[in-house]
Design a protein. Sequence first.
Length: 169
Amino acid sequence: MNTKVNLYNGYLDGTKMVGLTDEVSLPDFDALTEILSGAGILGEIDEPTLGHFGASEIEIPFRMIDDQMFALMNMKNSINITLRISNQAIEQANFKTDFMPSRIVIKGKKKGFTMGSLKQGAATKPSVKLEILYILIEVNRKKKFELDKLNVVYKVNDVDLLQKARSQC
């Protein structure tokens, strides 16, 4: 049973980013919906469109304005970030502490940035916002969630939920 994040690191195109702050907020995913109503339906149904989500972003916070932050800021290039996580876990059979890996891969485009603030003796805390076009979440080396907006892929527990829809188009 995973209990908490013990350690994590961020990587840009496979190179470790050392200027990150202690916390990265993970994105929300809200399904696009259509309200159904009419004959044969009692009231309304807010029906999600399978695999279609509204815009999602992630903000990558840094401690200071530095070279790694500016590597994310080229709007022409796509961004490839991997967050590698070591989750602390309790083995239920023997109550020992163990560690389980997780990984989040995000590909997207730079959307904006915040320069932070200046205070003597303190970090500036700038950040870069990315529009997410692709995300893969693995827990204990198992694919749990994959969304690729441009290649029409939506998988949950490594099951391709749009395979049939793609084959019909």
